[in-house]
Design a protein around this ligand. Sequence first.
Ligand SMILES: NC(=O)c1ccc[n+]([C@@H]2O[C@H](COP(=O)([O-])OP(=O)(O)OC[C@H]3O[C@@H](n4cnc5c(N)ncnc54)[C@H](O)[C@@H]3O)[C@@H](O)[C@H]2O)c1
Ligand SMILES: N[C@@H](CCO)C(=O)O
Length: 353
Amino acid sequence: MKIYNIALIGFGGVNRALAELIATKNPLWEQDLGFRLNIVAVSDLYLGSVISPNGLDAKTLVEANFAKGGFGGLSGGSAEADNEAIIKTAPADIVVEATFTNPTDGEPAVSHCRWALNSGKHVVTTNKGPVAIAARELKALAEANSVHFEYEGSVMSGTPVIRMAEKTLAGAEIKGFEGILNGTSNFVLGRMEQGLDFASAVAEAQALGYAEADPTADVEGFDVRLKVVILANELLGANLKPEDVACNGISKLSTSDIRAAAKAESRWKLVGSAVRNADGTITGSVAPKQLALGHPLAGVNGATNAVSLNTELLGPVTLSGPGAGRVETAFALLSDIVAIHNAHSPNFAKEAA
Ligand SMILES: NC(=O)c1ccc[n+]([C@@H]2O[C@H](COP(=O)([O-])OP(=O)(O)OC[C@H]3O[C@@H](n4cnc5c(N)ncnc54)[C@H](O)[C@@H]3O)[C@@H](O)[C@H]2O)c1
Ligand SMILES: N[C@@H](CCO)C(=O)O
């Protein structure tokens, strides 16, 4: 049985959900997965930072209602979030990066990942910024340092599109994809169909933990654009940057547009897609589309996502599942840690006492 020491960078919805799972599921993971997780450090812009080489009690962390700078009151704690020191010096095997996604340059998360990988620590992240903007560099850094850079939750939350496509569909020749890749905008469109106004629907998505810190990224398509870049680069071997992908969101759709679509037996959906062209170039786009009710993506509701991968050998292969949510995304982090564990790297795991 292994114990992985982990450092949490960001302690918002997703990393807090991971801590909640750790508080209750370590005995099950020990039995079923062969490891348990031990939180040795946490750093959060609002709460401050704390290091405890022997481990912090996950239940206390999630149940204590810390105020701003509240980690300063803990043994080994500070009211400041000293991410760099925490990442470089905490005795962690794995750094779990779940700070906000910066759709412009990926920072400061790109630096968090660099510091961790250069310190010989694995990185698991749900943050789309570093993956869309710096995946090549970070994968090379991981390889150079004999550690992993894993990011399943960066697209479709805990629904395993990246691993399924790369591992299970290897050789099927993916030629393109089309999907609903943002839970918030899909949820908002559904609530507007039910008669709710745009602003109230966005507020509901925020309360449910689906939305980005700035929900503009969800409704203007910037979040889907990052996901299109990630999937195109991973699955089609592209080298796209966010600015290469044409992007339109749902904010200009009015309640009357949505009603008119319903009368025409169709629905508006925010669709992200990419395709390999005949000349080998790859084109990505994000745009609202009015889909007939019979279209496979038209029935995907709420925060559910779905992607249809167009393959040479199988034709379309469609995967659907949660696209957002705190626990659903924390599961993606667990799945990344399982992948690291299963790779049997000998250098980082500690035998249980
Ligand atoms: N919530 C979801 O459904 C979901 C799904 C997939 C991916 N993601 C991604 O996972 C990440 C975390 O999502 P979340 O829902 O937990 O967000 P959140 O806004 O609830 O939490 C982010 C936390 O990071 C902290 N933070 C921000 N900047 C920081 C910094 N520089 N240093 C330290 N802490 C910092 C904030 O104080 C906050 O507590 C985001 O990048 C998001 O895009 C979220
Ligand atoms: N805000 C994102 C989270 C998942 O990346 C969404 O709603 O899909």
